[in-house]
Write a protein that binds this ligand. Structure first.
Ligand code: ATP
Ligand code: MG
Length: 491
């Protein structure tokens, strides 16, 4: 035992820290780390003075047991950033082969963080992976898609309500922010429909038309109202086109924009953006909100991208409004946990999405937003068509406060180790976890993948912490993402 007094055996051998040396002594060449258990001072005070401090961080959402010593690991980016100071920004990138439990790990963090008062926001649940959980916690579920619900990008939503409660400079700032956000959202939707960015003059026309709408329109405007303003061409809008009194010149400038806006209302995006918002996001629900966009077909990439962008615009607008109210001491300070699952699909869905995620990864600290990004492999991130997008996507991994790796194929490690240093032992562990499940002839189902629920938590070049996520019975009830496979089929 460490610390035991060295004494001599009757045979004259010396007892060292690893037993009796010499022939027949049974000296242990390798001392294994002892198993660890965690308890409160109330429960284990009787063991004093044998208690020791934790070898793993104990601040944050309990994830599971460390794989070698059995110590509890508590880990979530917001607690590790704000309370423990272990990481430099409140975000994580979760990587791993499909079905190994990435979404499950993040769902655990959603539950735990909600318990700490952090509001979970899933602004675009593509599968859906989070709807059952958020509904079970009493959060808000919003369904969007063709024939399901509409989202009006011109609706100021929570920002309007917050601005009404503010005054002076705070109000001006929030309204200016809301104006920029609406302008960006409309421009982004047009970019998706056209497949190329909006021209500078068109952006200026849109901005002027939105200001006219703000001044002259009663109630919440919708996109057809914006089209009407551009069509009528009031003076403030004409002025920015340099038409100088010529109607023909004005039409020349605004016609392409007019056509694209009409395409937004009745084109590939259906009527999702043409009507008033069916259910606005509300951020005063402590169980958060989940926008379920799983009703949109995977092949319908344009609509998927457009809805994602519009959801983010609305969600971040609401976050900005909550902060403005908190700064003016009109509401409590809130923190948010934004989940971007299936990041590879998000990034490939359309132009402009990489830039939005990029902005998000840079600004999360200022916005009081913690963020989880989930994807299968680094190669997914690097498979984007444009070189500039690939570099940005690589930046997501480099800037993430922590990287959590589940089982990965060996080919992936070359790229991954460029972003995060890993020992040979850690690399082997991750590849082992990606072993496929065994054939199980005895049961009428396949065995479970051996690496399911195992993750390595890496922060920079520090040694990783391997952990197994154990689900509680309450979680199992809202955790089946293999639903379509677990129900009995008709033979
Ligand atoms: N730690 C765990 N213990 C038991 N079952 C688990 C665990 N983690 C995940 N599962 C189960 O495995 C299945 C797949 O999990 P999950 O959806 O989290 O995987 P994923 O890595 O997000 O997959 P994908 O990449 O396809 O999104 C689910 O049915 C889930 O209930
Ligand atoms: Mg998943």
């Amino acid at each position: 035992m460490p610390g035991a007094t060295h004494s001599s055996s009757p045979s004259g051998r010396r007892l060292g820290a690893r037993g009796y040396g010499g022939r027949g002594g049974g000296r242990v060449p390798y001392v294994e780390a002892p198993p660890e258990w965690r308890g409160t001072t109330v429960q284990v005070c009787g063991l004093w003075p044998f208690g020791v401090g934790f070898s793993t961080p104990a601040i944050g959402v309990p994830l599971g047991r460390e794989l070698t010593g059995g110590a509890t690991l508590c880990c979530d980016p917001i607690s590790w950033f704000a309370r423990a100071g272990l990481i430099h920004n409140p975000s994580e990138l979760v990587l791993g082969k499909p079905g190994l439990g990435k979404s499950t790990l993040v769902r655990r963090q959603v539950v735990g963080l909600a318990g700490y008062g952090v509001i979970p926001l899933v602004l675009g649940d593509l599968k859906p992976d989070y709807t059952d959980l958020i509904a079970a916690m009493g959060g808000q579920i919003i369904k969007l898609g063709r024939g399901l619900g509409a989202l009006n990008v011109l609706d100021p939503g929570e920002v309007g309500a917050a601005a009404a409660r503010l005054s002076g400079l705070d109000r001006e700032r929030l309204l200016a922010d809301a104006h920029g956000r609406r302008l960006n959202a409309v421009a982004a939707l047009i970019t998706i429909v056209r497949g190329r960015p909006v021209a500078d003059t068109e952006r200026t026309v849109l901005s002027a038309a939105l200001r006219v709408l703000d001044e002259r329109h009663h109630g919440v405007p919708i996109l057809p109202d914006l089209i009407q303003v551009i069509d009528a061409g009031p003076d403030p809008v004409r002025a920015v086109t340099l038409a100088r009194g010529s109607d023909e010149r004005y039409r020349q400038v605004v016609d392409p924009l007019h056509a694209s806006l009409l395409g937004l209302l009745d084109g590939p995006l259906g009527d999702t953006f043409a009507r008033a918002t069916t259910t606005p996001i509300r951020l005063d629900n402590p169980a958060g909100a989940c926008i379920d966009i799983s009703g949109i077909d995977e092949a319908d990439q344009e609509l998927q991208a457009a809805v994602l962008l519009a959801c983010w615009s609305e969600g971040f607008g609401a976050i900005e409004a909550a902060h403005a109210l908190a700064d003016a001491r009109l509401a409590p300070q809130r923190r948010f946990w934004v989940v971007l699952d299936e990041l590879w699909r998000v990034l490939r869905a359309g132009r402009g999405l990489v830039d939005r995620v990029d902005a998000l990864t840079r600004l999360n600290r200022q916005r009081g937003v913690g963020q989880a990004m989930i994807t299968h492999t680094m190669s997914d991130l690097l498979a984007l068509t444009e070189e500039a997008d690939r570099l940005k996507a690589r930046g997501f991994a480099e800037r993430a406060g922590m990287i959590i790796c589940g089982g990965l194929p060996e080919a992936e490690l070359a790229t991954l180790t460029q972003v995060v240093r890993m020992s040979a032992h850690e690399q082997r562990m991750i590849v082992d976890w990606s072993t496929p499940p065994s054939w199980d002839g005895a049961r009428d189902r396949d065995g479970e993948p051996p690496g399911r629920g195992n993750f390595l938590v890496k922060v920079g070049g520090r040694p990783g912490i391997p952990v197994h996520v154990d689900l509680t019975p309450a979680e199992l009830a809202v955790n089946d993402t293999n639903k379509r496979w677990s129900l009995p089929t008709t033979r």
